[in-house]
Design a protein around this ligand. Structure first.
Ligand SMILES: Cc1cc2nc3c(=O)[nH]c(=O)nc-3n(C[C@H](O)[C@H](O)[C@H](O)COP(=O)(O)OP(=O)(O)OC[C@H]3O[C@@H](n4cnc5c(N)ncnc54)[C@H](O)[C@@H]3O)c2cc1C
Ligand code: FES
Length: 278
């Protein structure tokens, strides 16, 4: 999937200093950052930024907002280590660095006239949210739209209010958790257990998947077995990254750079990585 966005060299190599407009606590370890959007900064669903905190380092983070809908940039970040902890210590009015937008994007125009299935696990809803909000603005161009979103437990569900709004607007939403605690009025079980319940045409549908590595593998395999063409099964991959622009080789696997050839790949490409074999 070719990157149709042309980025200038400054945006690729030199971080832009942007102000944090707001920080929202989403769960015990996930925060939503709302950033000032620099002039002439255009991005598409699926793209990511290299986000830097001075003195701490730089990490790749997907853009969760939708360019056509919001004037700011939103990033949904889980605290897992040094840089993400430094990010979590920042508040509104602080500054951070961003390079990008980087990488390719979700190829959604190919799904015009067809059903769409989104499958998200955990914080994997973040990159998909950018596309779901774009698709949701132009629902008349697609067939049925369904979302299966799995979380470990109810307290880890992200963007619940927004997801329920998508449901009210006509998206077939299926929420599930591994471990049920009260009050939880939706489903339990892994997302793979709910794939076959979706009332969509699997043979022509386009699916967009993001979540833990093991979930992505299982969902891609199952959708393929259910007859979905490999080219229509789309995911976005995480890899260890340093430069984000195809120079350092950290994300290189089997002839592909996840940062510049991806992070969005279809199942045919993923199988070439050997990722489909557990
Ligand atoms: C294209 C892309 C988009 C991403 N989008 C998001 C996002 O929207 N929100 C978000 O919270 N995170 C996202 N990540 C993951 C995020 O980049 C890592 O969590 C971050 O780099 C960890 O940095 P750290 O210094 O806090 O932790 P570290 O101390 O570097 O690592 C902590 C732990 O996380 C593991 N880890 C670090 N980087 C990665 C990685 N890239 N992939 C898998 N495991 C990793 C390490 O092995 C270690 O176990 C994305 C990664 C990529 C490649
Ligand atoms: S992160 Fe450096 S080549 Fe991809």
């Amino acid at each position: 999937m070719k990157n149709k966005n042309r980025q200038n060299r400054k945006g690729l190599y030199l971080p832009a200093k942007v102000e944090i407009l707001d920080v929202v606590d989403m769960t015990s370890d996930v925060k939503l950052f709302k950033l000032e959007r620099p002039k002439s900064f255009y991005y598409s669903p699926g793209q990511f930024l290299m986000v830097s905190v001075w003195g701490a380092g730089e990490v790749p983070i997907s853009i969760t907002s939708t360019h056509e809908i919001r004037k700011d940039i939103e990033l949904c970040i889980r605290k897992v280590g040094a840089v993400t902890s430094a990010l979590h210590s920042l508040t509104a009015g602080d500054y951070l660095g961003i390079r990008g937008p980087l990488g390719n994007r979700f190829p959604f125009e190919e799904a015009f006239g067809k059903d769409i299935l989104f499958v998200a696990g955990g914080i994997g809803i973040a990159p998909l949210r950018s596309l779901i909000n774009l698709v949701s603005e132009q629902k008349e161009k697609f067939g049925k739209i369904a979302l299966i979103y799995g979380s470990r437990n109810p307290s880890e569900v992200l963007f619940l209010d927004e997801i329920l709004r998508w449901r009210d607007e006509g998206i077939d939403v299926y929420l599930t958790v591994d471990v049920k605690t009260d009050p939880w009025k939706y489903s339990t079980g892994l997302v793979t257990e709910h794939l076959s319940k979706q009332r969509i045409s699997f043979k022509t549908c386009h699916s967009y998947i993001c979540g833990p590595h093991v979930m992505i593998k299982a969902v891609m395999r199952d959708l393929s077995l259910m007859g979905m063409p490999a080219e229509n099964i789309i995911t976005t991959l995480e890899a260890h990254m340093k430069c984000g622009v195809g120079k350092c080789g950290h994300c290189y696997t089997d002839g592909k750079y996840v940062c510049t050839d991806g992070p969005v790949f279809n199942y045919t490409e993923i199988k070439q990585f050997g990722m489909s074999n557990p």
